[in-house]
Design a protein around this ligand. Structure first.
Ligand code: MG
Length: 236
């Protein structure tokens, strides 16, 4: 392995952990009892609304580069479903949620040691992440990740996101590496494994939950690991 492209959220950084609890806490903080909006009903409707909102690939692509606005839209849709009109409530809940997420997010325990070891081995490293420019850059700075990477490609800064070919090609050019000598690792089967494999990279799927490949998966990873660090421990 001469070069490695790595995903950020749920690969190096625990992004999804605690998300349900943070939504519930944000709603309860912004909807006091007797205030006109039943917090527990809103929490339940929000859970369904979030799934519906992000399940649409076109909407996902459009909204993920402006996360605070996306979270506000989700709460607005949920309030609409409840038939509750509440001026200023949706942005207030979205801001509260964003603050809780920012405070709670942590690198996975093996992230720093694994990146340090990859640097020691002289592997060219590119961070390749979809999403909001401000939020992704903030995560990278807050968790001290920039020092490990020769290239950082953020969808919101670059203007294109995974699984568009130009994203992986740009990362490879930045590293001065050919596709055949590079790997990509991440938790998204299509974005982090299938799409880069079609360009000639090898793909490692981080299956943190250990659920295994879905029965209908058309993607066949070169390696399946339970954590980013395990990829390294397996040796190369
Ligand atoms: Mg990810």
């Amino acid at each position: 392995m001469r070069a490695l492209l790595v995903d950020l959220d749920d690969t190096l950084l625990d992004y999804s952990g605690g998300v349900d609890e943070h939504w519930a806490a944000a709603v309860r903080a912004c909807c006091p009892p007797g205030g006109g909006v039943d917090a527990e009903r809103l929490v339940a409707v929000l859970a369904k609304t979030r799934r519906w909102f992000w399940d649409d690939p076109a909407r996902h692509r459009r909204e993920r580069v402006h996360m605070l606005a996306a979270w506000t839209h989700i709460v607005e849709f949920a309030l609409e479903r409840l038939g509750a009109a509440a001026d200023g409530l949706a942005p207030a809940i979205a801001r509260d949620f964003a603050g809780r997420r920012r405070e709670a997010m942590r690198l996975f325990p093996d992230t720093t040691t694994s990146l340090t070891e990859l640097r020691r081995r002289g592997v060219g490293l590119a961070l390749v992440t979809n999403g909001d420019a401000g939020q992704q850059r903030d995560k990278i700075e807050r968790h001290g990740l920039a020092r490990f990477f020769d290239a950082i490609v953020i969808e919101g800064e670059f203007g294109a996101g995974k699984p568009e070919e130009i994203v992986y090609r740009h990362a490879l050019v930045s590293l001065g590496a050919a596709a055949r000598e590079a790997w990509m690792a991440g938790d998204h089967l299509e974005f982090d494994v299938g799409a880069p494999q079609r360009l000639g990279l090898r793909g490692a799927w981080v299956d943190r939950a250990g659920r295994g490949l879905p029965a209908d998966s058309s993607v066949c990873p070169h390696r399946i690991v339970r954590s980013f660090g395990e990829l390294l421990a397996a040796g190369d």
